[in-house]
Write a protein that binds this ligand. Structure first.
Ligand SMILES: Cc1cc2nc3c(=O)[nH]c(=O)nc-3n(C[C@H](O)[C@H](O)[C@H](O)COP(=O)(O)OP(=O)(O)OC[C@H]3O[C@@H](n4cnc5c(N)ncnc54)[C@H](O)[C@@H]3O)c2cc1C
Length: 598
């Protein structure tokens, strides 16, 4: 019995050895990999929100095409363990292997309150996802997509821009959304989709006691209730819906075989047709992969589509000779087409008031952590441009510009250091009121500082360059302080603010009072990004500072488009993930139309 078993094992071993040697033999006979053979109908640079939605929509809607998606970062499986934990987003985006690690420039400017004085906006870390799904892998999951007026203003740039008006964008928002709200009413159904890539949901948990108390306070202050921030009106307080990344790229295996997704593939520049160099015809891309430089080319009807996000798409264009002449020449880059690439950097600045719960309760803020990063309650209203606490009229104004939310994530660097230190007791319960300037007037810009594509561009945010930005932020922070002082937050929970006049910070120049000058120092010293850069490759007529036209084609080039947050002419009055997915969906329809016409 044992002998026959041994014989069988020997026979199997011999067979496996034969198969193995046969495979080696075959391998020798295989054709050598030839770079020029790497030809695709579409080459997509960047597998972020836009790149994933676009690849998915093109492969499903354009017959018989193949697509290459090049992503500089790793597969998202690398951080799956962290991503799936509650409230980890603030640690995930700090993980260096999946973040570009950008830092913005220090900027000195004239004080708004005391114009004779100089003030400093200190450089900040500027997280950007470097991973499959890009920033949507690391984002805070808040689902607010902006107002009708935002998209109508995109469309107002000329008759051909009508394809970006609210009605067209709403069609796309609905197409990319898979909303899980139970028993939606007819009004809700008008604004939401149920079969798209972005999973959107309400909290699966009951409203926490402390959230109810926050809601009571803001209602008493005169803020109206809003049951759908993405519905007909945006202002008011209410509970956020949360969103997931675009799951679609990984699904639909049968189709996906025609999409080649390469991670760890860093695109260096566009390859141009040098025989017809005056026409700026994109024919492929050069990228760094597996220790060497590779090239991939497009088929005759093909296109290169840059989806690198608001910082990197602008950088890739500039490295390829498309951008501001002075900046390119200063970096020894041949100018192919002069365009204001990188100029229109818009973002939502954020600043916070932090508090502490001093009467522990069996239902306390630690429970916020269990869903959606604790960001369950939103308060949206119009900021006061004189810096006063907003009035009832401003709460009811249907053109709000401030988004404020309640969280347990501590953005204040001094308090955050304490929270993460050994001195911090385990029952320390922080609560943060986060104010976001949703319609800022100040605009920043990017500049190349090298022709090396691995060096980050210089990022100038210009936060609070314009007075109304500073005063509106001031008005929101004053309101946050007021909210924390109100019962039952102050009585039942013993909420106390931190960091104004204590061991975490002394900002009040006179007693407990904050003068406008104190507020300006506080705001400039503590502001951070709410992670929504956009606009650096603006979609607009070329005469009005545009870099791409209404069909997202780069002016003065052929076969080259940009599809991501960088094309937004104006930052939406909401968060940016869904607008990016929406823009990618709309772009896929435009690209399909053009492709089928060729
Ligand atoms: C920490 C954080 C929290 C956020 N929270 C929210 C939120 O709560 N709600 C919300 O709506 N939005 C949120 N956002 C914003 C939202 O996620 C982004 O606006 C959106 O994902 C941007 O999509 P994109 O396609 O334009 O760019 P990205 O998602 O940044 O995708 C660009 C991709 O291109 C890749 N790439 C770049 N350069 C190259 C190159 N040279 N070669 C190859 N690949 C390259 C990048 O690695 C990246 O994967 C958050 C963002 C961050 C960072």
């Amino acid at each position: 019995m044992i002998e026959s078993d041994n014989k069988n094992i020997k026979a199997i071993n011999a067979e496996i050895r034969n198969l193995w040697s046969e495979s080696i033999h075959c391998r020798d006979q295989r054709q050598k990999f030839n770079e020029a053979d790497e030809i695709y109908d579409f080459i997509i640079i960047g597998a972020g929100t836009a790149g994933c939605v676009l690849a998915r929509e093109l492969i499903y809607n354009v017959p018989n095409v193949n697509i290459l998606v090049l992503e500089a970062g790793p597969p998202n499986t690398l951080i799956n363990d962290k991503m799936r934990l509650p409230c980890t987003f603030s640690t995930v985006y700090r993980a260096s292997e999946i973040d570009w690690g950008y830092i913005t420039e220090d900027q000195t400017m004239s004080s708004i309150v005391e114009p004779k004085k100089e003030v400093l906006n200190k450089g900040i870390t500027y997280p950007r996802g470097k991973v499959i799904w890009g920033c949507s892998t690391v984002n805070g999951m808040i689902y607010i997509r902006g107002q009708k007026a935002d998209y109508d203003s995109w469309a107002a740039q000329g008759p051909e821009y009508k394809i970006w008006d609210y009605d067209h964008c709403l069609e796309a928002f609905k197409a990319v959304e898979k909303n899980a709200r139970k028993n939606p009413d007819e009004e809700f159904k008008k604004y939401h989709g149920y079969d798209g890539l972005l999973h959107v949901q309400d909290s699966p948990f009951d409203t926490y006691e402390i959230t109810k108390d926050f809601m009571k306070v803001v209602e008493d202050l005169g803020v109206p209730y809003n049951k759908d921030f993405n519905g007909a009106r945006q202002n008011g307080f209410g509970k956020y819906q949360a969103l997931g990344p675009p799951y679609g790229l990984a699904g639909g295996v049968a189709k996906i075989v025609a999409v080649n997704v390469k991670s760890f593939a860093h695109v260096l520049s566009i390859i141009w047709d040098e025989e017809r160099k005056d026409d700026n015809i994109a024919i492929g891309v050069k990228y760094f992969y597996d220790g060497g430089v590779h090239r991939a080319f497009i088929a005759p009807k093909g296109e290169v589509i840059i989806c690198g996000g608001a910082i990197n798409s602008a950088q890739i264009l500039m490295l390829s000779g498309i951008g501001p002449k002075d900046n390119l020449e200063a970096n020894n880059i041949k100018v192919r087409k002069e365009l204001p690439v990188g100029r229109n950097l818009q973002d939502h600045p954020l600043c916070t008031v932090t508090g502490k719960i001093s009467i522990p309760n069996n239902i306390s803020t630690s429970q916020f952590h269990s869903w959606c990063n604790g960001l369950k309650l939103g308060i949206i209203y119009k900021g006061n441009d004189k810096g006063k606490i907003p009035s009832r009229e401003e709460f009811h104004d249907e053109h709000p510009d401030i988004q404020s939310y309640v969280s347990t994530i501590v953005f204040d660097p001094v308090i955050n250091e304490y929270v993460n230190s050994k001195q911090c007791p385990p029952n320390f319960e922080p609560v943060t009121m986060i104010s976001v300037l949703n319609l800022p007037s100040s605009v920043g810009h990017l500049e190349l500082c090298s022709s090396n594509s691995f060096m980050q561009p210089k990022i100038f945010l210009n936060y609070y360059e314009k007075p109304d930005d500073l005063y509106r932020m001031m008005s929101s922070l004053k309101l946050s302080r007021e909210i924390l002082k109100q019962p039952p937050l102050s009585t039942v929970w013993g909420v106390k603010e931190l960091g104004f006049n204590d061991e975490f910070g002394k900002w009040c120049s006179v007693d407990e009072e904050m003068s406008d000058e104190d507020w300006e120092r506080y705001i400039r010293g503590k502001s951070y990004t709410s992670f929504h850069p956009c606009g650096t490759v603006k979609m607009a007529p070329e005469s009005q500072g545009g870099c791409v036209n209404h069909r997202l084609q780069v002016y003065g080039t052929k076969n080259l488009r940009v599809v991501d947050a960088s094309i937004f002419p104006i930052v939406p009055n909401g968060n940016t993930n869904a607008p990016v997915a929406m823009a990618a969906w709309r772009a896929s329809r435009i690209i399909k139309e053009d492709y089928l016409k060729k």
